[in-house]
Unconditional design. Structure first.
Lengths: 406, 383
């Protein structure tokens, strides 16, 4: 008898925004401490959580901080006493708490954060851009993007499962595109408490738990005597995380049905593809439609939707993208002054492909910055350039901007 | 097939109404075995003081959720609406959602043979005369009723929501069907009044549904701004020059921000009987949008291009019948009322009283408790 036959897996289908879906997942994860400070588009998560507490549906400490910096420090400390902790933010709020985010990783504590991606001010902009979350990419965090409300809900469980694993213990950033995902209302399948409990064991920090019965001092001054070894440990944990992620999805699929065939990214129409686009987040929507339309006209194209960004799925992505002749990377971010003045993702993807003897030609598209939408027509043009690049017609400028007034 | 619905509502006052209708459509369509989702025009926030905003719902009978999302998700605005539901008819005069966009026609996104569905008490022609011409025919359906304006973050719950759902089912059953609307309301609320309200609105809307021909309407008078290319503006972020300081007595005498006038936020405008004014200055001092222009005879002209219809002046005016709020659709233009008064004092009084009518409507501070309607009086001209 499978687990699915023993317990009821899904409780109900409910109309929820991306933010609300995350809040319900946080509730089902039975968190102990929530720290809150408002900033769009994350705010609806804290609104919904406070409502769940007020309605008597969730029993958790809910602390309203005076800023993101305090907010993130609160969850770090809560995590150090063995509490399952949750916080979230967006854009400049995320940046304001940066110091606290960095130490959460070096202290190897596993709270989960929701990042509703937002462009970094100035000037004021509410819309999505990935530079906010990505600025944390080198700091020892787990980072993953959801591309639907359902995925966001499920990745709260998966996120805690991976982050809290005793061989990992790294903080987890679950990101989702501001507006397009955070504020879109969908029918979302909400699982039962029992099924979540089956998947997600209680958080146990073991010997490291800060408690009067277990007096310990965390993060003393260590200088040159310890830091290198700590960094190496950090990196080892990230390496182990790759295996734990895989295992977590296998366990998840066993309980909730075959929802993810590949933990790190999903492939769309790639089977016999000649050229593919790869992107993160909501850009998957117009790209998939463009892909279908290109296929209808006989073009062999596909789409790769990248989910995990840290740890970067190097081997899996190298094997996947190595099959194609042309790879067009869509970046909803920009790496100023980088080798090709392109996007962060493009540089990562190209570096990942470099060891291959036969590499696909990689080109880069910068688009959708500050929340501008990327149209289906733009995606078709991106496919056309990527197909051409795959056939050897590589443009002189590897990076092009799409949807820019020029 | 994809059906696209937009709900045009007044920011904050109808925010929940707009969002509820979008969500209801998704849930009703789901009950019918259709796939649907809903979102809003995100840049509309912060939506304040009646600023025109939008919510969307997308429905398909045959696409998967993945396909529907791929076609309609991650977009700022709707491509073309099969149904554009307008929950306040004064938006017929145009909508200016935020700076950089200009004042746009309310029917801008209504597609070929699509339907503009409006909550209104006006006749067909009374609405079309404010709206932009389109080069293809579309339908204008009317759902009889007043704009349901609630306070901040609340919904008036005056059956507008249920009636709108019934009306949407009437104008496009491929979005939602009336039986499914009824079942949904019955199951969700257990209140037969709500079910009946939807059905009655459905029946009534079927009768008030007329084609607007291609070319019917006005040449749109408002310019749509064209934003500069990336190399065409100064570096250092978007640096907007301050509105140049400028003041002189008389109409339009103060310099104001030409980039965002937000006059399309109003449902009602203040009509001033200048002859009754005691020159107390309260309207001018309290107006949050600084839309009163001092004149050389110590009166205060109103600039209706920037007035948001907030009622503040009418509230603070100590003189009976001097400032009265009047339905915006009674007015053709934003011309200076003071100039009218100076040119023809007796004619102006007659005109103003005509606009004011006899009913004085006062919305209470606590929403959902009805409106107070009293009889107005025509105060004779001050000698």
């Amino acid at each position: 008898m499978t687990v699915a036959e023993q317990v009821r897996i899904w409780d109900r289908e409910e109309l929820l925004t991306g933010c609300q879906a995350v809040s319900h997942a946080v509730k089902l994860s039975d968190v102990d401490v929530i720290a809150a400070y408002p900033i769009r588009p994350y705010t609806e998560v804290m609104d919904m959580l406070s409502k769940l507490i007020a309605d008597g549906k969730l029993d958790a400490e809910y602390i309203i901080a005076d800023s993101e910096h305090s907010q993130f420090e609160i969850v770090k400390h809560a995590s150090s006493v063995g509490a399952r902790a949750f916080a979230g933010s967006s854009g400049t709020g995320w940046m304001y708490g940066f110091e606290a985010l960095v130490v959460t990783a070096t202290d190897r504590l596993p709270p989960l954060f929701l990042v509703g991606n937002r462009a970094l001010d100035d000037p004021g902009a509410f819309g999505v851009e990935h530079n906010d979350a990505m600025s944390l990419r080198d700091m020892g965090w787990l980072m993953c993007w959801a591309s639907t409300a359902q995925e966001a809900l499920e990745h709260v469980f998966i996120g805690y499962r991976v982050a809290e694993d005793k061989t990992v213990r790294m903080p987890m950033a679950l990101a989702m595109d501001g507006a397009f995902l955070t504020h879109s209302q969908h029918m979302v399948k909400v699982p039962t408490e029992e099924s979540v409990k089956r998947f997600l064991p209680p958080f146990d920090l073991g010997e490291r738990r800060l408690h009067p019965d277990n007096p310990v001092s965390i993060a003393p001054q260590v200088n040159e005597d310890w830091v290198m070894e700590l960094r190496r440990q950090n990196w080892e944990a990230a390496r182990r995380a790759r295996g734990v992620i895989k295992q977590a999805y296998e366990e998840f699929n066993a309980i909730f049905g075959m929802r993810y065939d590949n933990p790190y990214f999903s492939e769309f129409m790639t089977d016999d593809a000649e050229a593919v686009l790869i992107g993160i987040g909501a850009v998957a929507m117009p790209t998939r439609t463009a892909c279908r339309r290109m296929r209808e006209q006989g073009h062999k194209v596909g789409y790769v939707n990248l989910r995990w960004f840290r740890p970067f799925p190097t081997d899996e992505l190298r094997e996947c993208l190595g099959r194609f002749k042309g790879v067009g990377v869509i970046d909803r971010d920009f790496a100023h002054g980088s080798p090709d003045n392109g996007g962060i993702l493009m540089h990562e993807v190209r570096s990942c492909l470099y060891p291959l003897r036969e590499r696909p030609n990689v080109i880069n598209f910068i688009g959708g910055l500050g929340g501008r939408d990327i149209s289906i027509e733009e995606c078709i043009k991106m496919y056309e350039s990527t197909l051409a690049a795959g056939r050897g017609d590589v443009p002189e400028e590897l990076v092009s901007w799409t949807g820019l007034r020029e | 097939m994809i059906k696209r619905v937009e709900v045009q509502y007044r920011g904050i006052f109808q925010k929940n109404l707009g969002k509820y209708i979008g969500g209801d459509i998704v849930m009703i369509a789901s009950r019918m075995g259709r796939v649907a989702f809903s979102n809003g025009r995100y840049s509309d926030a912060p939506e304040r003081n009646g600023i025109p905003c939008k919510y969307f719902a997308f429905v398909s009978p045959d696409l998967s959720e993945e396909e529907l999302e791929a076609e309609c998700g991650a977009k700022l605005d709707i491509d073309a609406a099969d149904v554009s539901l307008v929950v306040d008819d004064t938006m017929s005069k145009g909508v200016e959602p935020w700076g950089w966009h200009g004042i746009r026609p309310v029917n801008e996104k209504v597609g070929h043979k699509g339907c503009l569905l409006m909550v209104t008490r006006r006749e067909h022609d009374d609405l079309v005369r404010f709206m932009a011409k389109k080069d293809y025919p579309y339908r204008l359906a009317r759902l009889e009723g007043d704009a349901s304006l609630a306070g901040l973050w609340v919904d008036k719950d005056d059956l507008t929501r249920e009636r709108c759902l019934g009306a949407v089912a009437a104008v496009d059953p491929d979005v939602i069907g009336i039986e499914a609307v009824e079942e949904y309301l019955r199951e969700k609320t257990g209140d037969e009044n709500r079910v009946r309200a939807a059905r009655e609105a459905y029946d009534a809307t079927l009768r008030k549904n007329k084609v607007v021909s291609a070319g019917e309407g006005i040449d749109w008078p408002h310019e749509i701004p064209v934003l500069p290319k990336w190399h065409e503006f100064d570096e250092g972020g978007v640096v907007v020059p301050a509105v140049e300081r400028g003041f002189q007595l008389g109409p339009r005498g103060q310099n104001r921000n030409e980039g965002f006038k937000h006059g399309t936020s109003k449902t009602e405008r203040p009509v001033v009987r200048f002859d009754l004014c005691i020159k107390c200055t309260l309207c001018w001092a309290d107006c949050p949008d600084e839309c009163f222009d001092p004149t050389d005879d110590e009166l205060y002209d109103v600039n209706y291009e920037v007035c948001t219809g907030c009622h503040k002046c009418a509230e603070v005016c100590p003189v009976k019948e001097c400032i009265v709020m009047v339905d915006e659709l009674q007015f053709e233009n934003t011309d200076s009322p003071w100039e009218h008064h100076k040119k023809d004092p007796a004619g102006y009084i007659q005109w103003a009283e005509g606009k004011k009518g006899t009913k004085r409507i006062r919305y209470p501070h606590v929403t959902g408790t009805g409106v107070e309607i009293s009889e107005g009086t025509t105060v004779p001209p001050k000698a």
